[in-house]
Design a protein around this ligand. Structure first.
Ligand SMILES: [Fe+2]
Ligand SMILES: [Fe+2]
Length: 340
C-alpha cells in the first residue's frame, strides 16, 4: 500500500568498528546481514545493515506513519455527527487508535537514526508520500462504515505479512497494530449491517459509498507488480512478503463474499469467478488517477495537508509544555517555574 523506490548500495568499503577499533570490511558485514535474512532472523537497530535497506525502511515506515496520522481526518470529520452515543464512542476509539499507530511507527522509524522532526517536516512540505486513499472525501455516515470495512480491511491484508518483516521494531509494531485494525474492520462492517437493515434511503447511502470507495481501495495495494521494479528487492530483504497484485487478489476474493452477506453490489461489471484461476477476475484500475492522487492532486490533498500543518502548529504549546515537564523531572531546568 506504500510505494517505495530503492537506492542501491555502493561498492564494499572499509570502515572502523567503533567497539573493537579494527578495520572491518563491509563485505564481511554484508555477508552476516545476508545470512540473517536467509535464516529469516530479525535485523535489530544495533545490527549493521546496508544503506539501501535502511533507506527503504525509513521511507516505508515513515510513509506508513504519515498515512495513519492523515488517515485520522476523513473519519474524524464525523465524530461530532455520529448517529448514536455507541457509534460515537466506537469512532472516537478507532480514530485514536490510528493516532497511536502513527506514534508506534514514528518510534520504529527513529530506531533507524532519523529524527521525527525531519520526517514530519517532509510530510508537511509535501516531500513525503502517504496512502492515496485518505485524499478522498467522506460525504455521508455510510462512508465511515465503508472505510472500516474496506479501507481497514485492505490495510489488514497488507499489514499482516508485515508482522513477519525482517526489521524487528517494524514487525513488532505491526503485531499490535493488526490487532487493532481487526476491530476497525469489524466495527465498519457492523455499522453497515445496521444501515442495511434500516430504510431504503439508508441502503442506498451504503451502496453509494461502496460505489465511490471500491476502486480507490483496490489501488491501496500499489501499482501492478510489473510496474513495481523495487518490489523484488524489498521481497528479497524480507520487508515485503507478498506482492501488490497477490495482495489485491486476496482482498478481492475475500471481499466478494462479505459484500454478498451485506447485500451490496461491488461496482465492477468485470467482477466474476474464474474457475480456471480459482480467483475472481476484475476490471483494470485507473492508474492515472492513482498517480494523480498520490502526487498531490486528489479531491482532498490540499485540505488534508493544511489541516495536518495547522494541527501541528496549534499543538506547539503542548510539545513545549511536555519538554518543560521532562526537563523539570530530570532536574536540569533552573527556571522560575522549577520551584518545588
Ligand atoms: Fe491504523
Ligand atoms: Fe485502522
Amino acid at each position: 500500500m506504500y510505494t517505495q523506490s530503492l537506492d542501491l548500495a555502493g561498492p564494499p568499503q572499509a570502515e572502523a568498528d567503533p567497539e573493537t577499533d579494527r578495520v572491518i570490511h563491509r563485505d564481511t558485514r554484508q555477508a552476516a546481514f545476508d545470512a540473517r535474512i536467509a535464516a529469516d532472523a530479525k535485523i535489530e537497530p544495533q545490527d549493521w545493515m546496508p544503506d539501501a535497506y535502511r533507506k527503504t525502511l525509513v521511507r516505508q515506515i515513515s510513509q506508513h506513519a504519515h498515512s495513519e496520522i492523515i488517515g485520522m481526518q476523513p473519519e474524524g470529520n464525523w465524530i461530532s455527527r455520529a448517529p448514536s452515543l455507541k457509534r460515537k464512542a466506537i469512532l472516537l476509539a478507532k480514530v485514536q487508535d490510528e493516532g497511536g499507530h502513527g506514534l508506534y511507527l514514528y518510534s520504529a522509524a527513529e530506531t533507524l537514526n532519523v529524527s521525527r522532526d525531519d520526517l514530519v517536516e517532509a510530510l508537511h512540505t509535501g516531500r513525503a508520500k502517504y496512502s492515496s486513499i485518505f485524499n478522498y472525501p467522506t460525504l455521508t455516515w455510510a462512508d465511515v462504515g465503508v472505510i472500516g470495512w474496506l479501507v481497514d480491511g485492505a490495510a489488514i491484508m497488507n499489514q499482516v505479512p508485515l508482522c513477519r518483516c525482517s526489521y524487528g521494531p517494524y514487525a513488532r509494531a505491526m503485531i499490535r497494530i493488526c490487532k487493532e485494525e481487526s476491530f476497525h474492520q469489524r466495527q465498519g462492517f457492523d455499522a453497515l449491517r445496521a444501515m442495511m437493515g434500516g430504510t431504503e434511503a439508508q441502503r442506498a447511502m451504503v451502496q453509494d459509498a461502496v460505489d465511490r470507495w471500491w476502486f480507490p481501495v483496490l489501488m491501496m495495494f500499489g501499482p501492478p507488480d510489473a510496474a513495481s521494479p523495487n518490489s523484488t528487492q524489498t521481497m528479497a530483504w524480507g520487508i515485503k512478503r507478498i506482492s501488490n497484485d497477490d495482495l489485491r487478489q486476496k482482498f478481492v476474493d475475500a471481499t466478494v463474499e462479505q459484500a454478498r452477506v451485506l447485500g451490496v453490489t461491488l461496482p465492477d461489471p468485470g467482477l466474476q469467478w474464474n474457475e480456471a484461476r480459482g480467483h475472481y477476475d476484475f476490471s483494470p484500475l485507473d492508474w492515472d488517477e492513482f498517480r494523480r492522487v498520490l502526487n498531490g492532486d486528489g479531491p482532498c490533498n490540499r485540505e488534508r495537508l493544511a489541516t495536518r500543518v495547522r494541527a501541528h502548529e496549534e499543538g506547539e504549546w503542548v510539545r513545549e509544555a511536555a519538554m518543560a515537564h521532562a526537563r523539570r523531572r530530570n532536574g536540569d531546568d533552573s527556571g522560575e517555574c522549577d520551584a518545588r
